[in-house]
Write a protein that binds this ligand. Structure first.
Ligand code: DON
Length: 308
């Protein structure tokens, strides 16, 4: 990183400015355990494509990645069964609907980054049992985050499984229209397990940096994700990653991103860096309020918008 001191200063300033939004937004209490997280926690990590890292705030806190797992579900489905089969089951279009809507499903979900789409991609992940599939997901996240400490937050998983009537309905509906071939309950379990994976901002920013690096490990030694898979994933993150705020977000922030109701957002600046913010108070679309503000400011100040 050529200008480390300057980048640090910009992050610090963006964090200070975002303090005005500290109390804005609401925890994702529709998953009971998520109502128990500390609402004021805030952390950010930026990892450049050479592996240099800057962290500020609560960088050790482990939170559930929630919908950020949809990026991994998509990558693994593309790697396991290929582009043609994936997009016979799920579309590539953004949606005006909420992330847990069952409305966009007529013959298939609008895209892989809403719940119906991610449940579809989860059904394509290979393995002889849910445990084996989940072990592969954990292994993939370990390699992308360059870390062996990938946790499974069982209390979050159990809490969501008890209350996830909408996702259960979506899963059974997808089964009934022939999108899911395997058991609807098992696919639901894998989807919710993946959402309950626990990481910190450094680990997620490292995953984002690998995607920013065209899928290559940051030491340049290994192609961890095929380039074509990265291209598809980033395009869909740009178009659909922030749900019904995706268009405005792309105008204001201007790089592929994905949010989770756990409070994290990952952003990918191709060829430059990966960023992860964590702040659990959410807006109406399920995106972190403070995370959005910080990303908007650092994108503008560091000229990270990919369109200009
Ligand atoms: O399926 C759900 O509702 C959650 N496990 C994930 C939703 C989510 O993270 C939406 N993102 N902002």
């Amino acid at each position: 990183m050529k200008n480390r001191v300057e980048v640090e200063r910009v992050l610090e300033q963006a964090i200070r400015n975002s303090e005005a939004y500290k109390d804005v937004g609401k925890l994702a209490d529709y998953i009971p355990e998520l109502a128990n997280v500390e609402p004021d926690n805030f952390g950010i990590a930026l990892v450049d494509v050479d592996g240099e890292i800057i962290v500020k705030g609560d960088d050790e806190i482990v939170f559930s990645i929630q919908s950020i797992s949809k990026v991994i579900d998509l990558i693994m489905a593309l790697e396991d069964v290929g582009r043609e089969e994936v997009f016979s089951k799920v579309g590539m279009e953004p949606t005006e609907y909420k992330f847990n809507s069952i409305r966009p499903i007529s013959d298939k979900a609008a895209n892989p980054l809403i719940n119906a789409g991610a449940i579809s991609t989860c059904s394509l992940i290979r393995g002889s049992s849910t445990q084996e599939k989940f072990d592969r997901v954990i292994e993939k996240i370990g390699s992308l985050s360059n870390s062996e400490d990938v946790r499974f937050l069982e209390h979050i998983f159990l809490s969501e499984m008890e209350t996830t009537d909408i996702n259960r309905s979506i899963s059974y509906y997808l089964k009934s229209i022939g999108i899911i071939d395997n058991d609807a309950e098992e696919v639901l379990e894998l989807y919710v397990r993946n959402c309950s994976i626990g990481l910190n901002v450094k680990q997620l920013a490292h995953i984002a940096a690998v995607l920013a690096n065209g899928g290559r490990s940051l030491d340049g030694k290994e192609q961890l994700v095929d380039k074509e898979v990265v291209k598809i994933t980033l395009a869909l993150m740009a178009a659909c990653g922030m749900y019904e705020e995706s268009g405005q977000y792309l105008v204001e922030v201007g790089f592929p991103s994905k949010s989770g109701v756990g409070g994290a957002i990952i952003g990918i600046v191709p060829g430059k860096c990966g960023i992860c913010t964590y702040s659990p108070r959410l807006d109406r679309s399920g995106n972190s309020v403070r995370g959005l503000k910080v990303l908007e400011e650092i994108s503008k100040t560091l000229n990270l918008n990919i369109f200009i």
